[in-house]
Write a protein that binds this ligand. Structure first.
Ligand code: A3P
Length: 294
């Protein structure tokens, strides 16, 4: 049975993309959103390291000043463009109150991004994560973040994920859509797995993209502060401050494992093959890239 306040409701559909009904209600304001030229957009499919990248960006914007980055929770420091729930400010309202230069978070597929981001030629950083880890992370996130419908069993959830019947639709369409746009626009396209492997190199890529230089000690502080261990215990980064009715950390922490798994053992999958065939086969560039043996 559906409940009030957006808790465990069925998803609606926004231009064919499954999405929370409360977000769809706020769509006219999102569509009309006026980006500013110095806005920086952080775009991801859910569970792909959005919060990690957001914390890195806030640290870069504050020259590695840890205290300044503890000023508020990450979801207030980097407002979530299309977010709208019945209580509290919407993402749009938050952004209106945020002084420039703003960091903006979105999970929208590229075709739904409000046009003003393109018109104002805003810088955009996209981060992709391999679908196996995204699926596992998304399953546990469905359990703890009650805005999502009940995920059902692990097997049921995986079926829905592979069919794109989850919030924000198909993972593959999302990463591919933004990848194609990257060929034409000012988009830095990063991979979660690269960030895990060599965060210093990835932070340098970001700095170059921003045209910014930081001293080595500052970069060091950014890397330390945004490590998994540090973020996991940082209430300004780990979503602990969210209302428990919205996120129940006793069911699963927000920062769960933060790993790169090659099999989805957590979803009961036994081998790479059994999961990779339906999600990615060998035609999807992510899998070819991450699993070169394909
Ligand atoms: P897991 O659920 O696999 O642990 P998002 O912010 O897009 O919702 O993504 C959340 C995922 O990013 C979670 O994955 C979380 O642990 C991971 N994550 C967050 N901060 C991280 C960090 N500093 N290092 C590695 N992974 C991180």
């Amino acid at each position: 049975m559906e409940q009030e306040d957006g808790i465990r409701q069925e998803l609606g559909s926004l231009h064919g993309i499954p999405l929370f009904k409360s977000f769809i209600e706020g769509w006219p304001q999102v569509k009309a959103f006026q980006a500013r030229p110095d806005d920086l957009l952080i775009s991801t499919y859910p569970k792909s390291g959005t919060t990690w990248l957001s914390e890195i960006m806030d640290m870069i914007y504050h020259d590695g000043n840890v205290e300044k980055c503890r000023r508020d929770a990450i979801y207030n420091r980097v407002p979530f463009l299309e977010m709208k729930v019945s209580k509290g400010l919407s993402g749009i309202e938050q952004l209106e109150k945020t002084p420039s230069p703003r960091l903006v978070k979105t999970h929208l597929p590229v075709q739904l991004l409000p046009t003003s981001f393109w018109e104002k030629d805003c810088k955009i950083i996209y981060m992709a994560r391999n679908p196996k880890d995204v699926a596992v992370s998304y399953y546990f996130f469905h359990q703890m973040a009650k805005i999502h419908p009940d995920p059902g069993t692990k097997a049921e959830f995986l079926e829905n994920f592979m069919a794109g019947k989850v919030a924000y639709g198909s993972w593959y369409d999302h990463v591919r859509g933004w990848w194609e746009e990257k060929q034409k626009k000012k988009i830095l396209y990063l991979f979660y797995e690269d960030m895990k492997k060599d965060p210093r190199r990835e932070v340098q890529k970001i700095l170059q993209f921003l045209g910014k230089e930081l001293e080595e000690g500052t970069v060091e502080r950014i890397l330390h502060h945004t490590s998994f261990q540090e973020m996991k215990k940082n209430p300004a980064a780990n979503y602990e401050t969210m209302l428990p009715t919205l996120m129940d950390h006793s069911l699963s922490p927000f920062l769960r494992k933060g790993g790169v798994r090659l099999v989805v053992e957590d979803l009961g999958g036994t081998s790479l093959d059994c999961i990779s065939a339906p999600i990615c086969g060998c035609k999807y560039f992510m899998c070819v890239r991450i699993y070169p043996s394909y």
